[in-house]
Design a protein around this ligand. Structure first.
Ligand code: DP6
Length: 358
């Protein structure tokens, strides 16, 4: 418990903090964790621009002092007690870090920019938005996080406790989470920006998220990560992620799309390979996922346009390509891919500027 972060009676007041925070797409995947949300290998992702969560945290002094969290949680403009209980539980765990939370009555209103049914993982955007609100709250009352570096580091650390991948969403452009000698200042506890290392072609990279299915995931990320504990390929995998990060960083700096694409696609298939070889085994690709992957590879060969795919722990395909090819690639989406998509839906996104305080 940090006794310095208790609000004195005369400072207790009502107010709000409000953030928009984006999702991210991992190129080197985080899959496997230990301890309290610590990664088994460093991961690297691009921060997206359009797929985001907007979270408003309103607070007022509790009517009478009590232990624990007092929370009213709203999702997509409706009170949501199921999500509310999960968030309250998370906030309870954070009381030693933010002891002033016990002094306040909280209302959280959260909305996503993407349809809930799109099957897009929202934990990265929602947990990073919440972490940013909590850090703003601390800063409003105590002025302890005025310096941007300290603010981002704490926000990333808190976001990580909510969902590992959320630690990377705090930063514009691209970020690495997990200790590695390849990135100065990197840590298992928070992510760091690698935006300044990106060649310009990657700063405007597009990611069209091709929706294959909007079904709920059959395995939660938490359970998925746990399967790595007994996966026979685990240690080789963690070593491979480190080696690939080295090559990927060189490609990102040099603007080498071919090298980038090879690693990107192989990482996606490795992630799914790990899930398929776990016990129990999960096969999260759908037939359309494979058809889209094959169509992307065929299109790339025919046109020489550097377009590559990656996957999260689900059937939807992220299609990555440089800004200059947008017209041709959109023609390909509408002409060849649309019939393989769920209701013909895709979500156009691109590498973004990071979270914004509203
Ligand atoms: C496949 O961050 O969702 O998207 O820490 O349990 O919340 P928890 O897991 P989560 O795992 C994301 C896994 C991934 C790859 C990645 O984003 O690195």
């Amino acid at each position: 418990m940090n006794p310095d972060l208790i609000i004195s009676q005369d400072q207790l007041k009502a107010g709000d903090v409000h953030w928009q925070s984006p999702s991210n797409i991992a190129i080197i995947k985080y899959w496997g964790k230990h301890g309290i949300q610590l990664p088994q290998n460093p991961s690297l992702s691009f921060t997206l621009q359009n797929a985001l969560t907007e979270t408003k945290l309103s607070y007022a002094p509790k009517e009478s002092p009590s232990k624990g969290i007092e929370l009213d949680f709203w999702f997509e403009e409706q009170q949501n007690n199921v999500f509310g209980a999960k968030v309250a539980n998370f906030l309870e765990q954070l009381i030693p870090t933010f002891p002033f939370l016990e002094q306040l009555s909280l209302k959280i209103q959260s909305v996503n920019s993407f349809p809930h049914s799109a099957g897009i993982a929202s934990s990265a955007s929602s947990m990073s938005a919440l972490a940013l609100c909590l850090c703003s709250l601390e800063d409003q009352f105590f002025g302890t996080l005025g310096d941007d570096v300290a603010f981002d580091r704490k926000a990333s650390n808190i976001a990580r406790l909510g969902s590992g991948s959320a630690s990377r969403s705090i930063f514009a452009g691209a970020a690495v989470w997990g200790q590695t000698n390849l990135v100065a200042g990197s840590s298992d506890e928070f992510a760091v920006s690698i935006e300044e290392r990106l060649h310009p072609v990657f700063k405007t990279l597009h990611d069209d998220i091709l929706i294959v299915s909007d079904a709920e995931k059959p395995v939660s990320s938490r359970a998925g990560h746990a399967l790595m504990n007994d996966n026979p390929y685990a240690s080789t995998r963690y070593a491979q992620a480190n080696q690939r990060l080295d090559i990927l960083l060189q490609a990102l700096e040099a603007g080498d799309l071919e090298k980038f694409g090879k690693i990107t696609e192989n990482e996606a298939l490795t992630l799914h390979g790990l899930m398929m070889t776990s016990n129990p085994s999960y096969l999260l690709m759908e037939p359309q996922t494979i058809s889209i992957i094959q169509a992307i590879r065929r299109y790339r060969k025919e046109t020489q346009i550097p377009v590559y795919f990656t996957l999260d722990a689900g059937p939807n395909v992220h299609m990555l390509y440089p800004e200059e090819h947008i017209a041709s690639v959109r023609g390909f989406v509408h002409g060849e891919l649309a019939s393989m998509l769920h209701d013909g839906v895709y979500i156009p996104d691109f590498v973004g500027e990071g979270p914004v305080e509203v």
